[in-house]
Design a binder for this molecule. Sequence first.
Ligand SMILES: Cc1cc2nc3c(=O)[nH]c(=O)nc-3n(C[C@H](O)[C@H](O)[C@H](O)COP(=O)(O)O)c2cc1C
Length: 132
Amino acid sequence: MASHLLHIDSSIQARRSISRRSAPRRRRLARRHQGGTVTYRDWAPIRCRISMPTADSLGWSAPAEHTPAQATSWALTEQLVDEVKRADTILLGLPVYKLRRASTVKAWVDHLGRSGLSLDPATREGLLGGAT
Ligand SMILES: Cc1cc2nc3c(=O)[nH]c(=O)nc-3n(C[C@H](O)[C@H](O)[C@H](O)COP(=O)(O)O)c2cc1C
């Protein structure tokens, strides 16, 4: 199976960003993934549309009973979980701001953690094992 790289930038900065310019590492990864595929996500608040999950958008009901907001949130999580599962390599630009990672990255991680998609509902075990 062709290799897949999930590449995420999360700097709040554009041209001034240093993490977006990690050129040598990107070149090495691009060489390793020649012939493979790349998914690119930019979690810069100004560019992305990821929202913080809320109690309303998450819900704990079965997908068949989801409200429209919950269905939208579930569909996004399905997509994000799939991106992580498909990835052989994840390159995450993760700057520190005010002693924390960017809030968009927290939103991404919060979306990823969903029972039935990334967590086994019975055992609560993570289902994203094997991602590197
Ligand atoms: C608003 C802001 C807050 C920051 N807060 C911290 C911090 O708490 N601790 C730290 O070590 N560096 C901090 N930094 C430095 C950044 O981690 C550093 O500039 C890094 O290069 C940011 O990544 P970027 O250039 O890709 O945006 C901060 C930078 C900015 C712009």
